[in-house]
Design a protein around this ligand. Structure first.
Ligand code: PEP
Length: 263
């Protein structure tokens, strides 16, 4: 075979491989298990073991978020699993009793951190301004923030969700910044832990809206997830939403049967 033809075949093959890799990376769904403070250390260990035994797949990127207290123990026992912190502190090392320092995440290779979860907002009075600072702190330290936003029930009922989310995004991100990877989790507050979920068409509508307004900001990589009462009976339908990059799951993710879905 003439060498020119051979070169064309080789180049086409490489282009094909490159495009396939690009497509599979883009289609990969992020699945975040938020174990909150539901579990003790041995239960967290057992679930980490279940995660570690799942065969690796290009379909899902599994990220476990145990109680911050257990992160390092679990990471040393199951180093291949990916862990996210459930929060981080704005105070640096030093006289900060009860603080979770960003350097502790960096030095222990915890690459993700949930920021602005509704339970942190309500239990600890966290504001969008604090969330903005924590997001910047994470990005500055090469940790991917999983930023949570979502509307309360009265806003949902009065059909002002989009306006509410737009304001949250506007307070957390600056149009003049260039952001590295950010994960944005849309979690309606009335859906978290209640068993209630928006209709698929509503989630899709919000996804399209978020995709549009996020174009006003510069993200090198932005993923949009849905969170709120995701469980074994609705996960398939929710993940079938094409524009959705994944899910953030609370209580259902503490059950091995749910985790095994991602085989
Ligand atoms: C959450 O805490 O982010 C969450 C979505 O919880 P649940 O799945 O239990 O509603």
């Amino acid at each position: 075979m003439p060498s020119a033809a051979l070169n064309i075949i080789t180049i086409s093959f490489l282009v094909f491989i490159f495009i396939s890799i690009l497509i599979s990376v883009n289609l990969m769904k992020y699945i975040i298990f938020n174990w909150k403070s539901y579990l003790n250390i041995s239960e967290s260990m057992n679930l980490s073991k279940v995660v570690s035994k799942l065969p690796s797949t290009k379909k899902y990127k599994l990220i476990s978020s145990p109680n911050n207290f257990y992160n390092l123990t679990l990471k040393s026992r199951y180093p291949k699993n990916i862990y996210a912190a459930q929060n981080v502190d704005l105070h640096g090392k030093g006289a900060s009793t009860g603080s979770i320092d960003i350097q502790d995440l960096v030095s222990n290779k915890i690459k993700f951190c949930i920021i602005g979860h509704s339970e942190v907002r309500s239990n600890f009075g966290e504001t969008d301004l604090i969330i903005q600072k924590k997001t910047d702190l994470c990005l500055h330290n090469k940790i991917t923030p999983i930023v949570c936003i979502g509307e309360p029930v009265d806003i949902y009922k009065s059909k002002k969700t989009k306006n509410y989310l737009k304001k949250q995004i506007n307070k957390i991100f600056k149009k003049s910044n260039i952001y590295n990877e950010v994960i944005l989790a849309y979690e309606p507050l009335w859906s978290i832990g209640t068993g209630l979920t928006p209709k698929m068409s509503e989630i899709n509508d919000i996804l399209q809206f978020l995709t549009k307004i996020l174009k006003n900001y510069s993200f090198k990589k932005i993923k949009i997830l849905y969170g709120g009462s995701v469980n074994l009976s609705n996960i398939k339908e929710i993940l079938s939403l094409q524009k959705l990059d994944g899910v953030l799951v609370g209580s259902a993710s503490t059950k091995p049967s749910f985790i095994k879905y991602f085989r």
